[in-house]
Design a protein around this ligand. Structure first.
Ligand SMILES: Nc1ncnc2c1ncn2[C@@H]1O[C@H](COP(=O)(O)OP(=O)(O)OP(=O)(O)O)[C@@H](O)[C@H]1O
Length: 279
């Protein structure tokens, strides 16, 4: 019988299992009524799987429930109905072991050095200091921050601060990385470079990635699959396979298939964005 594991190109150590790593089953989120307003149905019902080791991006009109979906998968917010299962365990009430989340806003701690920022999660998890040091040194080198280990966030650019946050997530060696517009506040150039860093990280770690983004270009370039959400309450109207190899990078944008994928995603998103704007 054929093995369910597929060896990937130059990275034979990463065996990607195409079965579900995260299963989202008929999940909805309704926010309770507040200030005399009616309850707000923000999301779903939405059902989909994140496959083991894939890079999955989510695009959708503003306010359709993308961050709400990520919060559900991260265990930061409960599903009103339905459920989320990560590695055969229901996600409930806390971020599961093996999951790291990176947000758009600069979440570095200004009172800690770059090294101590990156070490924060692992120290809290009680990892021995020698192991912390080894992991942090590797993550800072990977993110090009070695020379800034003793600097404080205020001494860094916005892009570098965001790299510190990604290093902090990387040090945890997550099996699932949840990224909520992590490059949203960065200029276009830095954003492109950070996308390449993310791909490098994804290739090195073999972790599953779910990225929320407003950028169709970014979603199409980085992902194995792009999920397009409807206007609120968000559900997936389509999930588009890109077909890229793991070796993709900025040059993938020159591939003739890239333009066709971009147009397809934009075509789907445009209709939903007009609906969200009430047009
Ligand atoms: N804690 C909350 N309480 C009440 N309503 C909320 C809460 N969080 C989000 N919402 C509402 O739920 C809806 C979905 O919000 P969410 O942030 O998930 O959308 P989004 O697709 O990520 O938006 P954007 O693309 O603009 O970042 C919005 O109408 C938002 O106002």
């Amino acid at each position: 019988m054929a093995s369910p594991l597929t060896m990937i190109g130059e990275f034979p150590e990463i065996a990607v299992d195409r079965k579900a790593h995260v299963a989202i089953n008929a999940a909805t989120r309704v926010f309770a009524a507040r200030d005399g307003r009616s309850p707000l149905h923000a999301l779903g019902p939405v059902s989909f799987d994140l496959r083991q080791g894939e890079f999955f991006s989510v695009v959708g009109p503003s306010g359709c429930g993308k961050s709400t979906l990520l919060d559900l998968v991260a265990g930061l917010s409960p599903a009103t109905e339905g459920r989320v299962v990560f590695e055969d365990k229901e996600v409930k009430g806390e971020v599961p072991d093996g999951v790291a989340v990176v947000f758009q806003e600069d979440a570095s701690f200004p009172w800690l050095t770059v090294f101590d920022n990156a070490a924060f999660g692992t120290r809290r998890n009680g990892l021995p200091e020698s192991e912390v040091r080894e992991r942090v040194d590797h993550a800072l080198a990977f993110m090009g921050l070695t020379d800034f280990a003793k600097s404080y966030p205020a001494q860094l650019s916005g892009g570098m601060r965001q790299r510190v946050c990604i290093a902090r997530a990387m040090v945890l060696r997550p099996r699932l990385m949840l990224l909520d517009e992590p490059f949203g506040a960065l200029d276009q150039q830095t954003r492109l470079l950070m996308g390449e860093e993310m791909l490098k990280l994804w290739r090195e770690t073999g972790s599953t990635v779910m990225l929320i983004t407003h950028s169709i270009d970014e979603a199409v370039l980085l992902s194995d699959r792009v999920g397009i959400m409807s206007a609120r309450p968000g559900t997936f109207i389509d999930i588009v396979e890109t077909g890229w190899s793991r070796e993709r990078g900025s040059e993938t944008a020159m591939d003739p298939h890239y333009g066709a994928l971009q147009s397809k995603v934009w075509g789907l998103l445009r209709t939903e964005s007009l609906k969200a704007m009430g047009v």
